[in-house]
Ligand binder design. Structure first.
Ligand SMILES: [Zn+2]
Length: 234
């Protein structure tokens, strides 16, 4: 079985699990967290809850502690997605809000002993600065789009890199130069590709670039995701 380390089942019209791919569904706002928890419980899939930087600039942060309580009281396997997004957060005021929420999420993850799922857009350096400052080691760079230097810095800090099924020159080099033990695969479905089953394409991409067998990449990336999120199967 393959593991899609990051998708958004709350945005799916229809969820059809056939046992070939285990999706890990991820929230990004309080309302999305509520839906993902329900889906996780109904479909028996692991879920990650958190407040994303886009949410940090859109919603009233007076509710932040209430949102944290919901995450605390859920059976989530990680905190996220969270991070910094300077593509959407352009003003100093917006960025201040993003930092506030990101730091709160880092604190919550530490309190709960959970890994962090990172969203970093136009802000990879700033995100890594924060993670290093706070000594966060268990983090996943969701939909990593940085260059090999940034990937190296993330791995050096203890993080893992999540590979989406989109081809780019930068991503190819990151795949080639990063050891398979530090890679997981994801779809971010339904936003980038329609289904979590498209994670197959990310596995194929890594297999092609690294010259490995599809099965081996599927197995190893699944194992990495299981270890990262500390998943247990009954
Ligand atoms: Zn996402």
């Amino acid at each position: 079985m393959l593991i899609d380390a990051h998708c958004h089942l709350d945005s799916f019209k229809k969820i059809e699990l056939d046992g070939s791919v285990l999706p890990i569904t991820c929230g990004y706002s309080h309302s999305s967290n509520i839906k993902n928890k329900e889906i996780g419980e109904e479909y028996k899939v692991p879920y990650v809850l958190g407040i994303a930087p886009q949410t940090a600039i859109r919603e009233d942060l007076n509710k932040l502690e209430e949102w944290c309580s919901f995450i605390r009281d859920s059976e989530r396997v990680g905190v996220g997605e969270t991070g910094l997004d300077f593509h959407w957060g352009k003003t100093p005021e917006d960025r201040k809000k993003q930092y506030l929420v990101f730091r709160r999420m880092l604190g919550l993850a530490e309190e709960l002993g959970l890994p962090i799922v990172i969203h970093a857009r136009d802000a990879i350096k700033e995100v890594l600065d924060e993670l290093e400052t706070f000594g966060v080691k268990r983090f996943m760079m969701h939909f990593f789009s940085g260059d090999i230097k940034e990937a190296g810095r993330a791995v050096e800090a203890g993080g893992i890199i999540s590979i989406a099924p989109l081809h780019s020159k930068k991503r190819k080099i990151v795949i080639r130069e990063t050891e398979i033990e530090r890679l997981v695969v994801e779809t971010d479905a339904p936003y980038v590709v329609p289904s979590f089953k498209d994670v197959i394409k990310a596995v194929e991409y890594i297999a092609e670039v690294k010259g490995m067998e599809f099965e081996e990449v599927g197995e190893k990336t699944a194992k990495n995701a299981v270890e990262f999120f500390n998943l247990s199967f009954e």
